[in-house]
Design a protein around this ligand. Sequence first.
Ligand code: BES
Ligand code: MN
Length: 455
Amino acid sequence: MSVLDKEELRLRVDADFNRIVELLSKKVALKSVSAQGIAGQHMRVSAQFVADELKQRGIDAKVVQSQNPDGTPGAFEVVGSRIVDPNAPTVLLYAHHDVQPVPDPSAWDTDPFEATEIDGRLYGRGATDDGGGIAIHSGALHALGDDLKVNIKVFIEGEEEMGSPSFIPFVEAHRDEFAADVIIVADSGNWSADIPSLTTSLRGNTDLDVTVKALEHPVHSGQFGGPILDANTLSCMLISSMYASDGSLNIPGLEGGDPVGGLQRDLDEEDVRADSSVVDSYRFAGTGSLASRLWTKPSISVIGFDAHPVEGSFNVIANETRFRLSVRTAPTQRPEDAARAVTDFLTEHAPFGSEVSVETLDTGMGWSMDPNAEATKDALEAMREAFGTDAVNKGEGGSIPFIPELQRIFPNAQVLVTGPEDPKGNAHSPNESIDLKSLKNNVITEALILEKLSR
Ligand code: BES
Ligand code: MN
């Protein structure tokens, strides 16, 4: 059986590329924001769109609604398969069809739900995260067509951005539809649009709600201000107590490590400054390589804060405040352990004897790659051939809680984390975009990986 080479695959992908971009544009227009309800009609429509698309690529695909752990209707998942030879290896292709919300469309330069091409990038919510993943799978399957020599299973998730709450029972109920030798998770990204990467690790994520209470009710800020600090100030003191003066976290039991598999190349501070849009005067917090600070050490962000809006505020001392922390955990620390370490720290450091209580919301485990997995060699080779340059492996600071769960259920499956993103992609932010040249090379890469895995 002859193996398709990169030239032949590039010709096929070139010929198909308009369709791929059109598919991505239609996907953006579907506004599949899972935060607006995973069981909503808009999510069903999005799932059906993806299933129909996969059917045209020869996949026997369908939409299945999962069930939340509390029994309520869950997300619309797309599952499918194409078995070409029971003796051939089986590859599970993963992406998610839900997207992040757009809280402020005016912060965008284009309509977030109308895909717009500017200077080789396609802009729109979900254009990269993770419409790009769906486009990669679709393009690779089209390029291989009837030359496909591995069995394919597909899972396109409908609630990744919500932390995959109904995922475990769903997989347990659909074990056969997930069992695979290799899993390709196209939900991460490359070093840059020109330099490909396998992702070596992902951080976990744990959300905590913290309540700080000083008084039973608000009081006059002139009459009581001085000995009595307001709950907002106390919260800020509590938050800053988690940090050393150099800006690194100072919480016993919250683990941090070094880049998985060793650091091939550290991130360039100037690039990170530009890609993050940090103001000129800002100094980076923490110590150690920038890569370790972004990939394998923990971080904590305040993602919500219940304080009185400035507009209409008046002279009272706030009695009670609540804020939400997103804790990114080291790839190998159990999120429950990290949550306990942070919870203990916060309750033990309640400023001025205020009442501090902490509630753990979702937890999602991080992940680290098995460097010895056979499939990684094929993937790195495919990347070199498609991009014309060696891959530079990287970790990721973001989380894909689906991966460790699936790895736990199928311990023998080899996981390849790839994806459409590059540092200029603005995932989760205004002006999200995908680099189209890079998308094309990602499609060719995945087709080559599937070819190589058949040997
Ligand atoms: N695709 C991202 C994860 C990611 C981000 C990979 C940046 C590579 C670079 C994924 O869709 C995501 O955002 N996940 C959530 C998971 C959370 C809800 C547990 C995240 O990281 O916030
Ligand atoms: Mn994603």
